[in-house]
Design a protein around this ligand. Structure first.
Ligand code: SF4
Ligand code: SF4
Length: 318
């Protein structure tokens, strides 16, 4: 059994009382499953790496440049997120912005002040595939506490709120949820997937896999693990350095100042997105760069499905 069954049952009211006046958010996945009395965000990325932020202001005065950094406010934020979204923070965003050198001080400040409450999933949506890439709907690894919507309240581990123990019948019910999840869980990707996909780089099948994609970038903006950004100076003698999200799906993403573009075609851009998450990142970091949340599958206007792309490319590489 994955859950310890030594957790407590608490009513929602007690949980929201515990949240109190703290600054709190939940991701949209969580907000779809439980009614929250605070705002929701698309993914944790929106909080840790805002879509647009000013990093510093600059101005030319008295014959010299003046630069004023604009660090994020030091405030504690509570975020309720699904297990896959927490993995996106711990395994991917932290890896890129904290554990790689140099650390991104803006990300680091927000991350230090973030308390992650993991809200487990009691079922797989049609687009979910966390277990295919090493995750689990009941895992709270990397989070600060765990919650599971359960009967009329919430099953909790690690939350300092008075609650009651589970009755034998409730323990049975929890076990039943776990067993159902085990039955529904998509199996892990085959061993050696990153190497197999790496070997499939030159395959013509990429053309067929990529043709339907519009390169609109919606998938990358909603992906909790996509982290590419652009930097631009706004203003000439005074202004700010602005960081905004960018996307490897956009044709100008790799355009050089010389006008050379190493990825001018849609197929190359789609291949980059798939290989970065399922081959390059795991080969370097030992973990997939996709957490199987299914947001990209859900949002794509032409039903392009990253699971299908990976499976087709693995089969052609075998
Ligand atoms: S896969 Fe879908 S959402 Fe992503 S860029 Fe292509 S068309 Fe847009
Ligand atoms: S399923 Fe799609 S949106 Fe979710 S982590 Fe993987 S690539 Fe990103």
């Amino acid at each position: 059994m994955r859950l310890s069954d030594s957790g407590k049952l608490i009513p929602y009211e007690a949980l929201w009382e515990w949240v109190g006046s703290r600054k709190a958010f939940a991701t949209e996945i969580v907000a779809r499953r439980i009614e929250i009395p605070f705002p929701s965000l698309p993914t944790p990325k929106t909080l840790l790496l805002p879509q647009r932020e000013a990093l510093y202001r600059f101005s030319w005065r008295e014959r010299r440049w003046h630069v004023t950094p604009l660090p994020p406010p030091e405030e504690e934020v509570l975020l309720f997120a699904a297990p896959c979204e927490v993995r996106a923070v711990v395994d991917v965003l932290d890896e890129v912005f904290l554990r790689s050198s140099p650390e991104d001080s803006y990300y680091a400040e927000r991350r230090r002040n973030l308390i992650l409450g993991v809200v487990g999933c009691t079922f797989f949506e049609a687009t979910c595939f966390c277990t295919r890439v090493g995750g689990h709907p009941l895992s709270w690894e990397g989070g600060n506490f765990f919650l599971l919507p359960f009967l009329e309240g919430v099953y909790t581990e690690g939350v300092d709120v008075a609650g009651r123990s589970l009755t034998p019948l409730e323990k049975e019910e929890l076990k039943r949820i776990e067993e159902n999840l085990e039955r529904q869980a998509p199996p892990p990707l085959p061993p050696g997937t990153p190497e197999l996909l790496y070997g499939a780089f030159e395959k013509e099948l990429w053309e067929e896999v990529a043709w339907r994609c519009l390169n609109c970038g919606a998938c990358t903006f909603l992906c909790p693990t996509c982290f590419c950004f652009d930097l631009a100076l706004e203003g000439r003698l005074q202004g700010a350095m602005i960081r905004t999200w960018d996307s490897c799906m956009f044709p100008k993403f790799t355009l050089h100042a010389s006008s050379h573009n190493p990825r001018p075609h849609r197929t190359q851009r789609v291949r980059q997105r798939v290989l970065h998450k399922f081959s390059y990142f795991p080969l370097r970091k030992g973990k997939f760069g996709c957490v199987g949340c299914g947001r990209c599958v859900e949002i794509c206007p032409v039903n392009w499905d990253i699971r299908e792309a990976v499976e087709r490319m693995i089969s052609c590489a075998l």
